[in-house]
Every structure is written in structure tokens, then in C-alpha cells.
Design a protein around this ligand. Sequence first.
Ligand code: SF4
Length: 145
Amino acid sequence: MKAIVSACLLGEYCRYDGKTKKDDSVTEALKGYEIIPFCPEAPVFGTPRERINVMECEGEKTIFRDSGEDVTQKLQNEIERFVAKYPEADLVVLKSKSPSCGIGTTPIFDCKKRQIGVGNGLAADIFLNHYKEATISDERRFHSL
Ligand code: SF4
């Protein structure tokens, strides 16, 4: 059984601020799984790095840096490279609230960079579309176990 897991949950120091979000409840629950770490931002932007955000503007979702640069294509290329390398998974556990990994928890901004709600990060969108047979959730699922 294969589980794709956001690398920061596994203890990697790959967050934008150079920190980790190590979550022992996740690693404990996934004992016995073949773990495939996933972090699309660190290889593309380095660590630490400028924070990125999700914008939904005129029906289109884009990822932009605090400084305004549109980095959607760069991030998408890295996520698609990962999916091509690991085409199958039984379980996917992503980090909540991240502009890449969040599922229904990521802050979404409008064209004027005002927060208008929460939604999916870019990787979550692509994973939900690709890993249709997998159970996809975030780390909060394991906190009540
Ligand atoms: S939330 Fe996703 S993109 Fe952000 S550090 Fe963790 S694995 Fe990387």
C-alpha cells in the first residue's frame, strides 16, 4: 500500500519559513505503508522562500507570490512531474491550509488580493483529479484517532 504524504508532515524542514509541521499522528497511522514524500514548493522555490497564495480571478485559479509574481506554471510543472513519476497511490495525506497542499482549507484571494474564502491548493486540485482511486485527506483526519 502506497501513501503520498506532504513532506512537512513527515518532519522535513521544507516549509516556506524553513520549519517543519511534523505530525506524529500521521506517521503513526501510516505504519506499514510505503511512504512517498511530496513537496512541490521546495524544489522549485527553495527553502526558506517567499510565501505564495492562491488567487481566483475571473474564473481562473493562479498562484502568486507576495511580491506579485505569477508562479502557477512553475508549480504546476513540478506537481505534474511528481504525478508522472508516481502515477498510483492508495492514500494521500496533505497538509491543510497550504497554497499547494490544502484541501478545502486554503485561503483564497480575489483579483484585488482580498480573502474571499477557503478552497483547494494547486496540488490538491491536481491530485483529486488524478488519484481517483485513492483516499485523499489532510492531517486533521488522524487527530481524532
Ligand atoms: S504544505 Fe506542501 S508545499 Fe508546503 S511545505 Fe508542506 S509539503 Fe511542501
